[in-house]
Design a protein around this ligand. Structure first.
Ligand code: 5GP
Length: 184
């Protein structure tokens, strides 16, 4: 069995970017593909970045107990981790990483307390705000909602085993990879 590693952190801290880079540079580390009810962004591929599912299909997955954890992240959009693939990889001893939001991380902590919980932190609050605004893919109302979430999420750092500061992409990717490799 390998030990599950959970990477979480505030909205727009760059979890997605770190994990995309890690997938390219470290194909030996298996990264879970989440199910989501949100629509694909340009360039996102079904089954690769997410499994894009309908609300009905998500309901079915929840009812069938197919999700290890799930949460509504931005308003009514739901995201969840398919349980089967994670359990298979862990049983095979493959290094496994989940990139999920804080609510999901708390659920995993309740069901798999032996996992290693890694918090991806922004270099500063100002930098987090700059990144959030800079991405420009959200509406004003959406941005306000994400900022409010980020404030609460920053305070959660204390619940985690390890912190990686995302000040430099290559360094953050290396730090996460190191933690996954040494999670035993
Ligand atoms: P985005 O829509 O920008 O790809 O992701 C939005 C948020 O959803 C991110 O904070 C990401 O960590 C979170 N997320 C992605 N997949 C999952 C999942 O399977 N479970 C949970 N709880 N959150 C997820």
């Amino acid at each position: 069995m390998s030990r599950l590693v959970v990477l979480a952190g505030p909205t727009a801290v760059g979890k997605g970017t770190v994990v995309r880079a890690l997938r390219v540079s470290r194909p030996d580390i298996w990264v879970s593909v989440s199910a989501t009810t949100r629509s694909p962004r340009p360039g996102e591929v079904d089954g690769e970045h997410y499994f894009f599912v309908s609300d009905d299909e998500f309901d079915r997955m929840v009812a069938a107990g197919e999700l290890l954890e799930w949460a509504s992240v931005h308003g009514d959009r739901r995201y969840g981790t398919p349980r089967g693939p994670v359990e298979e990889r862990l049983a095979q001893g493959t290094p496994c990483l989940l990139e999920i939001d804080l609510q999901g991380a708390r659920q995993v902590k309740a069901s798999m307390p032996d996992a290693l919980f890694v918090f991806l932190a922004p270099p500063s609050w100002e930098e987090l705000v700059r990144r959030l605004v800079g991405r420009g893919t959200e509406t004003e109302a959406e941005r306000e909602r994400r900022l409010a979430t980020a404030r609460d999420e920053l305070a959660a750092v204390e619940e985690f085993d390890e912190t990686v500061v995302n000040d430099d992409l290559d360094r953050a990717v290396a730090a996460v990879a190191h933690l996954v490799e040494h999670a035993r």
